[in-house]
Design a protein around this ligand. Structure first.
Ligand code: 4AD
Ligand code: MG
Length: 465
């Protein structure tokens, strides 16, 4: 006999071809037993919706049914029929049920509904079986797919930048060391320093904090590229917006100035938001109803509004005149905190803001200097409920200005020789930015903690699962 082909619940629920034999496999959300019949709500992750399985006790042994409880994994053969109930169009009348794995109701952590997000974080190995997390991870997939679609349609090339790197892109420390040296007996040089010549790469290496510098190399040949990969920061800031391992989308474009860069960032964020509304409305409605009833409004708002574009200096004036008592005091030259960013976006303008031309001292060495020699062509995109979602800039393409900046900041000049080379040979004006994927996912899902939008979060003191 032919092995029957498994069908996904998302397709069966839409199916108009009824009265045929089907096979579904998935996890039991609930089971209700009455005297003669049982009703199983089955979910396979393909959609938020469950399919109902109707079980006649004359066909299926009641001992088997008694063992099946919430969380069990089963396969069901049966007839796809029009449903009697009004909540779904079709259901399955079971002819055989195969149990792959039971879930003891005494110990199964998800036996009951309504757990807190904090509790679910502690069981990240099981939380994907909840409606909330399956919705979030389906949305995460959709956004990753849409990102590639967006850039592909524009003729950008996807560039894979290294994860192990010898360069410090942001020049800010906070990196994880990668080594094969024996930590119990480190090789030392004459001066007593650790001798990295003995290490795998013959020099100190780290996990990358950003693919930008490599993306710049690629853009100065392919014109328009993007990276989309994991990045790592050993910052101990234990906030709802920071992870030690997060994913970043970094487009880099030759011949783009700061304005072109802002236009691309705005277009990308609107495209992704519209994509979620078009293709994942079911999951969005669930999150809107259960967690944040402003979510859909905010998403529509971003699609339909023009982002504010504002100089850092003007933003400081607005904050100083706001009459607000901020925890972190405001003055020209300070880095903005999320309370400042959110005041601008949520209270003052009530829409996304792109802040530009920050003081050079609070931004990375590679940003293009303005004529005032005090500010650089930086741009941060600030979003409601999130604060900074994108950080980017026009890059310094002038060899001597870039070298001067590297020296001023005491960065190891010799390690950036290849980066400087691009400014020596056929340099070009260019720009780019980094979109934090988990910050984007916070916005799209309405969740408030980045730990809830990545399957297995890495934060300080937390690398379980
Ligand atoms: O502003 P950042 O540090 O910019 C860069 O890394 C540039 N090299 C990007 C570029 O121009 N190609 O980081 C970019 C974005 C932030 O706006 C934020 O959304 C996210 O990355 N981000 C984090 N997300 C989660 N956890 C962290 N620890 C993050 N740090 C930055
Ligand atoms: Mg930033």
């Amino acid at each position: 006999m032919l092995k029957p082909k498994r069908e996904k619940i998302i397709n069966l629920l839409k199916d108009t071809e009824l009265n045929r034999l089907v096979l579904v496999q998935g996890w039991v959300r609930t089971i209700r037993n009455s005297k003669k019949f049982s009703f199983i709500e089955l979910n396979d992750g393909s959609t938020l919706n469950n399919i109902q399985i109707f079980v006649d006790h004359e066909i299926i042994r009641t001992e088997l049914l008694k063992a099946i409880s919430t969380g069990a994994c089963i396969g069901v053969h049966g007839m796809l029929v029009a449903s009697q109930g009004k909540n779904q169009s079709s259901e399955i009348q079971a002819s055989t049920i195969e149990v792959y794995g039971l879930a003891d109701p005494e110990t199964y952590p998800l036996q009951k509904k309504g757990h807190s997000l904090e509790f679910l974080r502690e069981i990240a190995h099981l939380r994907v079986r909840t409606n909330t997390f399956s919705a979030i991870f389906r949305l995460r997939h959709a956004m990753a797919f849409a990102i590639h679609q967006f850039f592909h349609d524009k003729g950008f090339f996807y560039i894979h930048t290294p994860i192990i790197t010898g360069a410090d892109t942001e020049g800010a420390g906070e990196m994880f060391l990668v080594t094969t040296l024996n930590l119990n007996s480190l090789p030392r040089d004459d001066k007593g320093n650790i001798d990295f010549k003995e290490d795998f790469f013959g020099k100190p290496t780290h996990l990358t904090v950003s693919g930008q510098l490599n993306a710049e190399l690629a853009a100065l040949g392919l014109s328009e590229v993007y990276t989309f990969g994991p990045t790592f920061r050993a910052e101990k800031s234990n906030t709802p917006r920071h992870l030690a391992e997060f994913w970043m989308i970094e487009p880099e474009m030759a011949f783009y100035d700061l304005e072109d860069n802002m236009n691309l960032a705005e277009e990308l964020l609107k495209y992704l938001t519209q994509y979620a509304l078009n293709y994942n409305l079911n999951d969005l409605k669930f999150l809107n109803d259960h967690y944040d009833n402003q979510l859909l409004d905010r998403l529509h708002n971003v699609v339909n509004t023009t982002f504010v574009r504002l100089n850092y200096t003007d933003a400081i004036d607005i904050l100083l005149n706001s009459g607000k008592n901020f925890e972190f005091p405001v003055a020209w030259g300070v880095d903005l905190q999320s309370e400042h960013e959110r005041f601008l976006v949520e209270e003052h303008f009530e829409k996304p803001v792109i802040l530009t031309n920050y003081p050079k001292d609070i931004k990375a060495f590679y940003m293009k200097m303005n004529d005032d020699e005090k500010t650089v062509r930086a741009m941060d995109v600030l979003f409601p409920k999130i604060g900074e979602i994108i950080g980017g800039s026009q890059r310094e393409e002038d060899y001597s200005k870039l070298l001067k900046r590297i020296r001023e900041l005491n960065l190891p000049e010799e390690e950036y020789w290849w980066y400087l080379d691009t400014r020596k040979f056929g340099t070009a004006p260019h720009s780019g930015f980094g979109l934090g994927f988990e910050r984007l996912m916070l916005f799209i899902t309405g969740m408030t903690n980045v730990r809830d939008v990545i399957p297995f979060p890495r934060t300080t003191k937390n690398a379980e699962f």
